[in-house]
Structures are given as C-alpha cells and as structure tokens.
Design a protein around this ligand. Structure first.
Ligand code: NAP
Length: 307
C-alpha cells in the first residue's frame, strides 16, 4: 500500500510502499478515504519527543482516519465489513496517512451518513482533545466562564462549540482575521491576541483551556477565580504558580475513545457542532500540507484525501 512516511527524524516526508497493517483480535482494517494532520505529527518528525516515544522507521504518519471497514479481526462485535467509520487510533495502530489503517473497535465510531469522509477525518484527535480538556479534565458546568486560547485552530474550533453546547460563556483568543469565524462558532467574546492583553481584560473565569503554553499559560492564571481550573494541552511545569493562585492546574495528552467520538458524531450529525476545514491536499501533496500546518495559522483542520 502507499503511505506517507519518513525514514528518520527530520528526513524528507515521502510516499513509500509499505505492507498493509496486520489484522489483530478486536481490530478492523480500514480502507482510508481521508486522514487529517495535527501538530503532533510535525513534533514527532522533528524528534522532540524521542525520549518519551521512540519511533521505528520508516515511520508512517497520521493519527486521524475516516474510511470503510474492509476486514474484521477475531472478536469484533460492533462493526462489519462495509461500515463507514472514523477514529483516532492508539499509538501502536497510528499511521493513518496510508491506503489502509488498523483500528481497535473500542477506538472507532460509525461515521454519520450526512458527514463526508473529509469532515469525519477532521474530528477525532482535535475533537476528543477539546472534549477531554473541557469536560473530562475541566469539569465544565453550565454557566461557567471559559477562556479558550487559539479558538481558530484545530482544537479550538471544536472547543468553542462544545463549551457552548454545555452552556458556558465562551471567550477566545485569536487574531482579528479569524474573529468572524470564531463568532460564527458561538464565541461570546473575542480577544485579538496581537493587539490586546487578555490578562488585563478578563477576570473571574472558571476555566481556561491553554493550547499555547509559555507566557500565555502563565498569564492565564491571572484571569481565573480562586479555585478555578487551568487545563493545558501544551504542558509545562507551573505547579508553584498554581499553588500561589489557588488554581487547579493540569496538563494532559488526549486519549482515543470510540464512545466519546460517537457522542461527538451525534452532535455533528445534528448540526450542533460543525467541522471547520482549513484546506485539503491529495496524498502526494502531504509534505506541503505539513509545511502549511507548521506555520501555525490553520483555521480549523488540514485534511489529506487518500481514496
Ligand atoms: N496534549 C494533547 O493531547 C494535545 C492534543 C492536540 C493538540 N495539542 C497541542 O495543542 C496546540 C494546538 O493544536 P491545534 O491542532 O489546535 O493547532 P493549530 O490548528 O495548528 O492552531 C493554529 C491556530 O492557532 C492560533 N494561534 C497561534 N498562536 C496563537 C496565540 N498566541 N494566541 C491565540 N491563538 C493563536 C492561530 O490563529 P492566528 O492565525 O490568528 O494566529 C491558528 O488559527 C498544538 O501545540 C498541539 O501540539 C495537544
């Protein structure tokens, strides 16, 4: 099968011929229609996480997939050949920018009929991260005041809509060119981070979702009320600040979850949550897609079309 891969950290991203993944018990083989890309793909390629996660080479890229089930392994009960599904596969099954991908049945969801493969592929990693940050870790409640950083990005576009669905008052940071986009997703207040200092304008927030890290993360403590929650997906040691401000701080890595993805799929099929696609690229232009992603200016998700 054809797959998008690299031979070593920082080496060229190219299309290679690779063996189809071997089916395992409780897993399915998917013929991939579309796969979206995420900053983690570029981070791994650059070798930044090699001490935490040693890759084997050639390394096939990609953590988001939408396609058709073509084979089912022993013990699979929830899906059958021909079903259209989408997923964020676990680390062992990662490598979705390929003609075929293996996914454990617990990590997939049935693709709603009114959602295209491109839209479906844009959802899993970013959508689950947003849900887990707000709901699982952030314990979001109706009426909470929430600040979502980078509301125009892959994670942020889902986070704004999920927070509104749970009845929050949502403020988000982005640059002015994305103001209309984030308002259309439900943001109540937009802070242009290029001209405004959010930490001087906001106070008494219940929850902040940080996707930026650095100064943005440390300044975010100031806008929270005592006992508020700061959930970061960037990661950084801020234990002392958290103690000083009396804030519950946590940073985490998202995890695959088919049931949660099914809940999200229902909201999308009902039009409550919309996917935002920055751009699509055919498989042969995947290297270009990763360059565009690395600029950090995507509005929503970048998707690679495979079939
Ligand atoms: N821990 C986890 O499990 C996990 C999961 C997913 C993602 N992440 C991390 O979370 C971050 C965001 O991911 P993503 O997929 O949403 O990235 P993305 O789609 O590449 O984010 C791009 C967006 O970020 C906005 N942005 C950039 N700098 C900003 C700033 N200083 N303030 C406000 N907005 C800013 C940009 O808006 P402008 O063009 O207006 O600047 C752009 O729309 C990445 O670092 C990623 O690695 C972590």
């Amino acid at each position: 099968m054809k797959a998008v891969a690299y031979q070593n950290y920082n080496s060229n991203i190219e299309i290679i011929e690779a063996a189809k993944p071997e089916l395992k018990d409780r897993s399915v083989l998917i013929e991939v229609h579309a796969a979206s890309i995420n900053p983690i793909d570029n981070i791994l390629h650059a070798g930044y996480l090699h001490q935490m996660l040693e890759l084997s080479f050639p390394h096939i890229m990609g953590y988001d997939v939408s396609g058709t089930v073509v084979e089912v392994g022993k013990g699979v009960r929830s899906v059958k050949v021909g079903d259209e599904v989408f997923a964020r596969p676990n680390q062992e099954d990662a490598g979705s920018i390929a003609e075929f991908a293996r996914v454990h049945e617990n990590e997939l969801a049935i693709k709603p009929k009114n959602m295209s493969h491109i839209d479906a592929a844009s959802v899993p990693l970013a959508g689950l991260t947003a849900w887990q940050a707000l709901v699982t870790k952030g314990e979001l409640k109706k009426g909470d005041k929430v600040l979502i950083h980078a509301g125009s990005g892959g994670v942020g576009t889902f986070a704004i809509q999920i927070a509104k669905y749970f009845g929050a008052m949502v403020t988000t940071t982005t640059s002015s060119k994305n103001s209309n986009l984030v308002k259309s997703l439900g943001a109540d207040l937009v802070i242009d981070y290029t001209t405004q200092s959010f930490e001087n304008e906001l106070s008494d927030y219940d929850l902040v979702i940080d996707a930026i890290g650095g100064d943005t993360l440390t300044k975010s403590f100031k806008v929270l009320k005592k006992g508020g929650r700061l959930i970061s997906i960037k990661g950084q040691d801020t234990e002392n600040l958290a103690k000083d401000y009396g804030i519950n701080f946590e940073w985490f890595f998202m995890s695959p979850d088919g049931d949660m993805l099914t809940e999200l799929a229902t909201l999308i099929s009902q039009g409550i949550v919309k996917t935002v696609i920055d751009s699509t690229y055919p498989m042969k232009q995947a290297p270009k897609a990763f360059e565009v992603l690395a600029k950090g200016r995507a509005k929503g998700k970048i998707v690679i079309t495979i079939k």
